[in-house]
Ligand binder design. Structure first.
Ligand code: BG6
Length: 481
């Protein structure tokens, strides 16, 4: 068995490497999950010595690893960090990198390549890896992690898949969606399939609607250049929100095997009915157009809300409402399953016969947990009811620091060769297929009116109207005012 593993990060001077990747690798090292001989090699065009890059990474670990900094552990870990400057799209520079790595490895090795670079560099780097014969080694494995955005529409995603497949086989390719690495997103399958009580009611007979809210407090900030050509649907929906939807809506897979799970996820996306433009809301926060990199007449939505229908036996007639936006009042990612009202109202004269529906809320972040609300009789009243909550908070049960950063799990899985939490080529393409027509309408002359909303507020009133038209309101179960 090959004992030497190298992790080669392209784009190593960027924010992601400093904030997420190296802190995650450091945490894996502390947990003794990076075993055997390993090398972490950073590459980008910026010129750093090994020591300078280590110093930069140290800042990242101190600030973002979530652990109190351990000087001894850091010193040991830092001995595995190397940096070679150069442009990986230039085959000669990549050759220098390869030779450096081979010298360190001195023999057969496993290698994980991480593309943390601008998307226009994915293909040139992949091609060069192929040309230098770096995608295969009879002695060890070769895998590649590709960051998002994976394409900007179906056509570009398909072309990117083709280019990557001309060098790497699908089983070597790990397309990352960090939402899938979040502990609470992983737990959805466990909630559904490790318990007997939820699955029997997880269907149209009991569920009225499903609400997926990914609300962000942060605004677009210094990312205007990227964001203005992307917008909420490409940035958040095609990937994160649709992935959350698959976890809630998919059929039970035959096993926990990566492909068994990913088959079901793809299948449920294929069952989503083409989205009616009338079931969509696009909005932009006030002041967005003043950001650097943003066109002064920009029509890019920083907020979107959609209604989706899933045309299969389980979900017929159950709307899935999705919303996500920036510069809102609070950061909150939550999935709420809203159940039907009781079929017969025994306590007709209490609350005018209206009860708050039972809701099961999965709080993805920040206060990770699960809440189930139901009606209870108000003590000392004749028949008045009030919603009460059964609550599970990760912090209470597993401790404040129990939840690792998503990148930790994802990097570990890629090292272990488990692609279950990574998106397969067909799933990515189906997701684009769903989003493309909406994006095309929004970018055409027939675009619906772009609503505006105040920074730090609750989002556009049009998103509330989308549900009000169906006689519903957005439900959040994890926030108690
Ligand atoms: C990224 C998007 O994929 O996810 C960002 O590009 C967004 O715009 C971020 O802010 C949200 O991630 P999280 O983990 O903070 O919810």
């Amino acid at each position: 068995m090959v004992e030497v593993t190298s992790i080669l990060i392209f784009g190593a001077s960027g924010d992601l490497t400093k904030r997420k990747l190296v802190p995650a690798l450091y945490n894996l090292y502390l947990k003794e999950r990076l075993t055997g001989e390993f090398h972490i090699l950073g590459n980008s065009r910026s010129k750093f010595s090994h020591e300078e890059w280590r110093a930069k990474m140290r800042e990242g670990v101190e600030e973002f690893s979530g652990n109190s900094f351990d000087e001894t552990a850091w010193t040991q870990f830092a001995e595995h960090l190397w940096y070679v400057a150069g442009s990986a799209q230039d085959v000669n520079d990549l050759k220098t990198l390869k030779e450096f790595l081979e010298e360190k490895e001195s023999g057969a090795s496993n290698r994980l390549y991480y593309l943390s670079v601008a998307p226009n560099l994915y293909v040139p780097i992949v091609k060069n890896l192929g040309e230098l014969n770096m995608a295969r080694d009879p002695g060890g494995w070769r895998r590649i992690i590709v960051e998002k955005p994976f394409g900007t529409d179906l056509k570009s995603a398909h072309a990117l898949n083709d280019e990557i497949h001309s060098v790497f086989e699908e089983k070597q390719v790990y397309r990352i969606d960090h939402y899938l690495g979040k502990e609470t997103a992983q737990n959805i399958m466990f909630l559904r399939f490790a318990n007997a009580i939820f699955e029997p009611i997880w269907n149209r007979n009991y569920v009225d609607s499903v609400h997926i809210s990914v609300l962000e407090q942060v605004d677009v900030g210094h990312r205007g250049g990227y964001y203005d050509s992307s917008g909420a649907l490409r940035d958040m929906f095609q990937n994160h929100l649709l992935q959350l939807l698959t976890l809630i809506a998919m059929e039970p897979p035959a096993s926990f095997d990566a492909d068994a799970v990913r088959n079901e996820k793809t299948k449920v996306l294929q069952a989503v009915r083409p989205i009616d433009p009338f079931d969509t809301v696009c909005a932009q926060y006030e002041g967005y157009k003043e950001l650097e990199g943003v066109a002064s007449d920009s029509q890019t939505p920083t907020y979107a809300a959609l209604k989706l229908n899933i045309d299969n036996w389980r979900w017929q007639g159950v709307p899935f409402y999705l919303r996500s936006g920036k510069a809102l009042e609070r950061k909150l990612s939550e999935i709420t399953v809203v159940f039907h009202q009781p079929p017969h109202t025994l306590f007709r004269d209490s609350n005018n016969g209206n009860f708050t529906p039972n809701i099961l809320s999965i709080c993805v972040q920040p206060d990770e947990g699960i809440h189930l609300s139901f009606e209870a009789k108000v003590p000392d009243s004749a028949r008045r009811t009030q919603s009460v909550n059964l609550e599970f908070h990760y912090a209470d049960t597993f401790g404040e620091c129990a939840i690792p950063e998503a990148y930790e799990r994802l990097l570990l899985d890629a090292l272990l060769g488990d692609p279950g939490l990574f998106t397969r080529s067909d799933t990515i393409e189906v997701s684009w297929q769903l989003m493309d027509p909406v994006i095309a309408t929004w970018e055409s002359d027939e675009a619906p009116m772009l609503a505006t909303y105040a920074r730090g507020g609750q989002g556009p009133k049009e998103a509330d109207e989308l549900l009000a038209n169906d006689g519903r309101v957005w439900r959040l179960g994890c926030v108690h005012e």
